[in-house]
Structure formats: structure tokens, C-alpha cells
Design a protein around this ligand. Structure first.
Ligand code: HEC
Length: 126
């Protein structure tokens, strides 16, 4: 009797597992899941951040005063930075949350950390 019950449970479990196989898994979000950029380390200075992050990943949409949010110069970027406070700096929080760059390869964690470190050190024009 015991053995029959065990067999029934096992068969039930197998059917349950198999029934999951035909299930089509669709991504719950439309977020980009490609490679992260840049592939190299980024020094925590403004010039390195501009060259390795802003130019390749942001200027397509944020280039000049006519764009949504100008990130083309140090002064323009500073409109979105609170020196020493990354958590109140949109320039940091938006990349840390993955909201920016929009429709592009996600920034590497290392690159995000460099931006945080640059802001913590006072967000100098260095
Ligand atoms: C494909 C276009 C696109 C790219 C690339 C892009 N952004 Fe944006 N960004 C937008 C749009 C559109 C908005 C306006 C707000 C929104 O729609 O979310 C915006 C808004 C912003 C804002 C202003 C938010 C505010 O509160 O005013 C900041 C700061 C920003 N982006 C930073 C970045 C950074 C940093 C990068 C690069 C790492 C980047 N964006 C890449 C499209 C883009």
C-alpha cells in the first residue's frame, strides 16, 4: 500500500515537472540584457568619466543645450550632481538604478563605482 502511494506521488511529481517544459518564458521587462560598457576600468576623474562613459553612452541623447539634459560639458553635468552626495545626484542615481543610459548597453559596475567615487571626492573638474 505504501509503495503504491509513493509511486503515485512520484508519477504526480514527474507529470508536474514535465508540464512546465512547454511553458514559454517571456521576459517580464524590456530592459537591455547585452554586454556592459565600458569593458575597461574608469579612473574617478571627470576627464576619464567624460571620455569613457559620457561620450560613448550619454551624448547620443544629451549633447548640448537643446537636448533633454545637457551633459556635454563639466558645468552642464554639474546641474545633475551634488558634490560629495552621490545619492542626491541624478547623474549617479540614474546610472546606479539602470534607468540611464536609456536603450543602450548597461554601464559596468566598475564604471558606476567610479562616478560615485568622483562625486564623493567633491566632483572636481579634474
Ligand atoms: C537613448 C537616449 C538616452 C541615452 C543614451 C541617455 N539618456 Fe538620459 N535621458 C533620456 C531621456 C529621454 C530623458 C528624460 C527623462 C526620461 O524620459 O526618463 C533623460 C534624462 C536624463 C537626466 C535628467 C533627469 C532629470 O531629472 O532631469 C539625466 C541626469 C540623464 N538622463 C543622465 C544620463 C546619463 C548619465 C546617460 C549616460 C550614461 C544617459 N542619460 C543616456 C534619454 C537618454
Amino acid at each position: 500500500m505504501r509503495l503504491i502511494q509513493l509511486t503515485q506521488i512520484t508519477i504526480g511529481a514527474v507529470i508536474f515537472l514535465l508540464s512546465g517544459c512547454g511553458y514559454e518564458v517571456t521576459p517580464s521587462t524590456t530592459s537591455f540584457s547585452g554586454p556592459v560598457v565600458p569593458s575597461t576600468a574608469v579612473t574617478d576623474t571627470f576627464s576619464a568619466i567624460q571620455k569613457n562613459i559620457i561620450q560613448p553612452s550619454c551624448l547620443k541623447c544629451h549633447n548640448g543645450p537643446d537636448s533633454i539634459a545637457d551633459l556635454s560639458t563639466y558645468d552642464a553635468v554639474m546641474a545633475y550632481v551634488s558634490p560629495s552626495n552621490p545619492n542626491t545626484s541624478d547623474f549617479y542615481t540614474l546610472i546606479d538604478s539602470g534607468s540611464m543610459p536609456k536603450r543602450a548597453a548597461k554601464l559596468s559596475q566598475e564604471a558606476i563605482n567610479s562616478v560615485k567615487s568622483w562625486i564623493l571626492k567633491g566632483a572636481l573638474n579634474n
